[in-house]
Each structure stands twice: as C-alpha cells, then as structure tokens.
Design a protein around this ligand. Sequence first.
Ligand SMILES: Cc1ncc(COP(=O)(O)O)c(C=O)c1O
Length: 462
Amino acid sequence: MEQKIQLKESDIPRQWYNLAADLPTPLLPPLGPDGKPITPDMLAPVFPMNLIEQEVSAERWIDIPEDILNILYRWRPAPLKRAVYLEKYLETPARIYYKDESYSPPGSHKPNTAVAQAWYNKEFGIKKLTTETGAGQWGSALAFACQLLGLECKVFMVRISFDQKPFRKIMMQVWGANCVASPSNETNAGRKVLEEMPDTPGSLGIAISEAIEEAVTDTSGTTRYSLGSVLNHVLLHQTIIGLEAKKQLEMAGEKLPDIVIGCAGGGSNFAGLSFPFVADKINGADIKIVPVEPTACPTMTRAPFAYDFGDTACTTPLLAMYTLGHAFIPPPIHAGGLRYHGMAPLVCQAIVEGLLEPRAYHQLDSYNAAMTWVKTEGAIAAPETSQALAAVIEEAKKAKEEGKEKVILFNYSGHGLMDLSGYDAFLSGELVDYELPEEELQKYLQDLEKLPKAEKRKSGKW
Ligand SMILES: Cc1ncc(COP(=O)(O)O)c(C=O)c1O
C-alpha cells in the first residue's frame, strides 16, 4: 500500500468547480448600504472586473489559465497521504487520507488563490495589492504570489499575530511585501480603533477595513484589495484541492469518502476540499461533511444566519452568512486564522441546506490532537489544522466503536513551523480553554438588529 498518492503534473485539474451552479437554493444577494442588491460595477474600486465576474458566476466549471497552472506546478498536484501511523495508534478500522497543503512554499493552501488573484489583477493592469492577515499564512501567500508576478504588496497583520508570530512578518518582508500591525496609524479606520481601544489585540474585521481603505484611496487607480477567504472566487480557486483528491482517492482504490473534514476560518480550505464532494452529496451520495471551528469563535455552531458586514468599519457589502457580529473581537487563541466573525456565504448556504454538519472544539482538544499527530505522523500542524485533527481523531475513534471501515478525508491545511509560540504555551501548561460567554455573544449581535434580515431558504432535501 502506497502512503503517498501522487498525481502527475499532466493530471492536474484544468477547471475549478463552482458550487453556486449546483446549490438547490441560490445564495441571497450581497446588499449595498441602501439595502438593495449590489451590482458588479459597485465592486470595481475594490476588485478587478475579471475576478468580479468569477465572484458572480453561475457557471459550474471555470477554466484555469495555463499561466496560473505553470506557477502552481511549483508544488501542485499536492500529495494525498494516508495517515497509516495515526490509524495504527488509534487501532481504528477507518482509512484516513489527507491532502497535504503544507507543501506550498509559504506552507498552506492559501497560495492556491493568492497566485490566481495576483495573476488576474496583473492581467487587469493592477500594480499593487493590499490585504489583511490573521495568522500570517494568507499575508505570506499573497507576498509570495505578488513577488512571482511582479506586484507590490501591503499587508495589515492582526496585532496579536504580529506579536505572536514575528517570523511570519519576516517571511512577508523576504518576499518583498510591506507588513504593518493592525490597527495601524496609517488609515482612518485604524486610527479610529486605536483612539477607542489603544490596547486591542486587533481583529480580521479591523484589518480588512484598513486594507480596503488603502486600496480605494489610491488615486492612481492601480491598487486593489485581495481577500484570502470568504468570497466565492476565493473558494472557487481552492477547489483544485478537492478535485485532485477525487482523482487520488480513485487511484487508491476508494470510491467516495464517508466523512470529509476541514477547519473553517472564512471557509476556503474547507470549501476547497469539500465542495466537489458536496456536489456528490447533492446528487445523492451519503457523505458526512464537517467544517470545524474553535469554541472561542463559534460562528457556525452558535451564531445566527444574518446579513452583516465583512469588516469592522462597515465598508463591505452586506453578506448573508452566519456571523458573530462585525464588531466581534475574538479572544487571543492561537488558531489566528479561525478568528473571523463571519463565514463564506457559500459554506453558510450549504449549512442552511443541511448539507454540512459544523462542529466546534476547544483549544486544548485541538492541541492534544496535534500532539497525537506529532507522535504518530511526525509533522507539526498549524493550530488551525489541529482543529480539523481533533475531528478526525474523534471520527476515527467512533469508527472503532462501531467497527466500521470508514473512509475519512481531511485537509491538512498548513504546517505549524511558524506557530511554535502556541506549542510553547501548550507545553508549558499556559493554554486554557475558552468558550465565548452567551452575554458577550448577545452584545456583539445587537449590531445586527438595524440591518436587513436574511431569510433561511432551503429545499428541505437534507
Ligand atoms: C493553515 C491554515 N488553515 C486554515 C485557515 C483558515 O482559513 P480558511 O477557512 O479560509 O481556510 C488558515 C487561515 O489563516 C490557515 O492559515
């Protein structure tokens, strides 16, 4: 039995898969400040038109330009691996497979869309991209892509991660990007937050506001903003993961997985792996599909489905999603990439439909799972990925109890070699579990009362 299932470069998927084409109930439209659906041209100051077209596309398959594939070949197709040592340790009859996205130069799935976004922006004549980053994985992925494509890159990094992960900042600088801590003094949005909360650890919502402001205030018109998750086109670019995995599972002699698992911050790595299998489920397959989040930031498991802004300064269109409220300041847990207040609308609509079964784990559950992974498979997982590992181990134990040979597939979204301060805190016993108190959640949700309501529409099939 092969532990690594490798595709040839010539077998790489040549189209991305768009779940919007197959969802039984369409997404609710993004709304503008007047409460009316926005039109594509309203997004033009923020994104290039070629990406806006992808954002609103209802086409099932979208061709991947050859130039983008030529850059992705640096690490793609990514291997599908079988976690044989973990299986043995758990004495489970389950067969556990994972896509190893830690193979990319910045160390996660994020470059799959960073390269695509940088390429489309360049095609459109853009010279500079701005963005936010939580854990630093996304910022370093965009820095990497911008360097390869000759674009300037400015990254607003959430203050707590900026302090916890200095090496991520250096990676971005090595790839030629300018990285500042957010909130910063460089934007109106940042200065306003600093006046009110000088000691804030920051949030992705604040950093997004800063990055958008910097892009739209560039009077040359050659700067745009780039988002590392949440939006339809970002999830689209990540589907190369699941499409590769399908071919690789077949090579391993498997039909479909019984369980698909991914951690979800804004939803992109989870969607990238799972959406091609969500399509199978829509067509009748029996697959349990599980997005995983931290109990400290329980967007999918405890928040309402509502219209909300994507950022703290309320500059983005209103998106229909599960949301903790745009003012949410997450507790400083180590899974920095899982601290966003909202969730990708496509993932949310699939939850509303009953196609997905979201789940939350405590921080200590995920670090314990990561330590089991280190002990068996040997690799040091990103704290975000460790949330998925907690679910994988729980499902593998369940398969043992039930005596069932389940096929579990998950996304190993990144390595944790730049996240060692979290492991340090875990090993020295400093880490504690945190569950968002209900009063605090209700306080953040008050902001949603003034906004349009989002109707939960579903076909009732699942
Ligand atoms: C390694 C890793 N996994 C997962 C995530 C979560 O993001 P998303 O839900 O967009 O995949 C991040 C975000 O920074 C990350 O760095």
